[in-house]
Write a protein of this length. Structure first.
Length: 229
């Protein structure tokens, strides 16, 4: 028997209202609603992901804690931003690689917002050493790279996203056969979802299946920086 999704329309309605009332007074008035409709359901979702991801992606950390776990803070860091609105208007679930404390390792991410939902995996803006290692791995074994990048199940679920350099990176010829990928500064794959997907009883199975589909991509990136996946 399918288990009902912990996520309800109340989560998306809260995020929509927050986008139109992004201030501390409104948030304080609606704190109980935040706890009931957002934080508790998302922690329940993370908790339901723990066991299946321990089997299919054991190097990813899935931690259902109120703070310091996979649920990212709703408070924005406004110290260096012109935008001083205090709250994020999305939910972020970060499934970090166990090696992330020591090296900028690839990870997975689940995004819920009123206007956009998705699952992503890979490295967003990796540190210089990590980026160099990924480019070196592509250059040294382009066949393995193409096999990971073009694997049918992966590409049927995910789109490769992120930004790229406008010119070829240093040490790589502009006519390199893999120059399009060598120019990348993000190695991110994204699978779009909808709000309705998160309301379905199979949402945990869906997320786990997507993270399973992205395994060739993640394994290549992790091998490039010499960490297990």
């Amino acid at each position: 028997m399918a288990v009902a999704s912990p996520i309800s329309t109340g989560l998306f309605e809260f995020l929509d209202d927050l986008a139109r009332n992004n201030n501390r007074d409104w948030f304080a008035t609606n704190k109980e609603r935040y706890e009931r409709d957002l934080r508790k359901p998302v922690l329940d979702l993370i908790g339901q992901l723990e066991a299946p991801l321990r089997r299919s992606a054991p190097m990813l950390q899935v931690v259902a804690k109120r703070s310091g776990g996979s649920l990212m803070r709703i408070h924005r860091d406004t110290r260096f931003s012109k935008d001083k609105t205090p709250y994020k208007t999305n939910v972020g679930i970060s499934l970090r690689h166990q090696a992330d404390k020591d090296i900028h390792a690839p990870g997975a991410y689940v995004h819920l917002a009123y206007d956009e939902c998705f699952v992503a995996a890979g490295s967003w803006r990796p540190q210089r050493e990590t980026l160099a290692a990924i480019r070196h791995a592509i250059d040294q074994d382009p066949k393995a790279w193409r096999k990971a990048r073009d694997q049918r199940k992966f590409r049927s679920s995910f789109e490769i996203a992120g930004e790229s350099l406008k010119t070829s990176p240093r040490d790589y010829d502009k006519n390199h056969p893999e120059i399009i990928d060598l120019r990348r500064i993000d190695f991110i794959a994204v699978s779009p979802l909808t709000r309705d997907d998160f309301l379905q009883p199979d949402i945990v199975k869906r997320i786990v299946g997507l993270i399973r589909d992205v395994k060739p991509w993640m394994r290549f990136l992790c091998d490039a920086i010499d960490v297990p996946y």
